[in-house]
Every structure is written in structure tokens, then in C-alpha cells.
Design a protein around this ligand. Sequence first.
Ligand code: 13P
Length: 256
Amino acid sequence: MNKSLRKAVIAGNWKMNKTPAEAKELITAIAPLVKDAGCEVVACTPYVDLWAAQEAAKGTNIQIGAENCHWAKSGAFTGEISADMLASMDVNIVIIGHSERRQYFGETDVTVHDRTRAALDAGLTVILCVGETLEQREQGITSELVALQTKIALGGVSAEELKRVIIAYEPVWAIGTGKTATAEQANEVCHVIREVIAELYGKAAADGITIQYGGSMNAANAAELLAQPDVDGGLIGGASLKPQDFAAIVEAATKG
Ligand code: 13P
């Protein structure tokens, strides 16, 4: 499979960090460091930071995304944000199904599917997160589990819509723990996901889809991970809050 057929995407997931003023500062610090990136650069921020981050990113190559959206178009869902609301702000990329949503906020494969559907219907690009816990890895069910998560999330998604889907493989045990999957482990599971896409949509779609790795990716380990044949980018937590580190990962993806 030819890696040059797909776009490399480095996306920051800021999680619950940064006020709007701090978001502006962070984007302003990152922008000059990534201006020559040979990959797409995204920063997914808390909802309240979106506007400030967009303002700071104007005229740069940084796209601003969100970290979640609801499955309904509108209604009695106190505290939630719809995909249409994001689209109306010209936010056109959103993370769905992050393991922290699954772990702490009752997200299931079905709600991940529903949110993916809503985001695609609103014209957004989805960064769909899948990944196993340590217990699941030790049980030897990583491949089946990740395949199932992918299939359920993408149920009913057309081949045309799939062009607006990026899949992020994020082993839960590697998130925020400093424990990175080895480059081989990351590649192995990204490859499994690509095979699932081939099974569902055919080889051309599988060759074209961007599959990221996420989980303690940093300036030191990014190059090795991103050099893997099935790893097309990264979803970056902690290191996305540090301009130099994030820029080093973007640089690695540019070479990778
Ligand atoms: P860390 O890079 O902090 O491990 O977080 C990864 C992640 O969850 C990105 O979505």
C-alpha cells in the first residue's frame, strides 16, 4: 500500500485545557513553527476556545476542530453542542469517540456511531477514535475489538462520506501514561483497521484513508511511529499543548 496516496494529519487534542485567552496564545505560538508543514495541522480545542483559536489561526495553515458533538440536530440536551452548531461556526473537523468520552461519559459504540452520523450529515470531517484497554490487549482481543468499534461507528456511512473520516487508533493504556505503543504495535493495529476498511469499502478506499496513532506521541518518538507504513499521522494530547514539541511532531510527519 502506497503511503503517498493519503494525507498525513497531525491533530492536537487539547482536552479540557486552556481558556480562550490561553488558546489564542498557544495558536499564536504554534503557527510560525508549523507554517511550512508538509502535512495537515489541526488543533481540536474545548468549545469555548473555538472562536478565539479560529481568530488566532486566521491566515495560517492550522485548522481548528472540536472535541465532540451531539447526535441530535437540536433539542432538550442540556450542556450539549450539535454538529450544525459547529458547522455554523466554520468548524469543520471534530473528534468522535475518544476513549475518555467512552470511559467517563458513558459513550458506547452506538453513540459513537450516532455522533459520527450527525457530524457527517453536517458536512464535518470526523476523527473517529478506536482502541483497546490494557485488559483487552492482554486478553488478545485487540484486533477483533478495534475492528468491531470501526464497523459499528461506520455503519451506514457511504464510500463518499468515508472521504471525510480519519481514524485514530488510540490504545487506552498509552494515553497520558507516557507508555507509547511500539512502532510495530501501532502499525499492526493501524493495518488491521485498514484491512477492515478494505473489507467494507474496497482497496482504493483503504489506500486512501488516513489512520492516525495516538497515545503519548511526543517529539522524541514521533519520527519512528510516523515512519510506519500504516501510520499516517497522530492525535496528540499532552504534547499538543507545547508549541516546540507539537512542531517537532509536525516536522516528523512532514518527513514521515
Ligand atoms: P496523550 O498524547 O496525552 O497521551 O493523549 C493522547 C490522546 O488521547 C489524544 O487524543
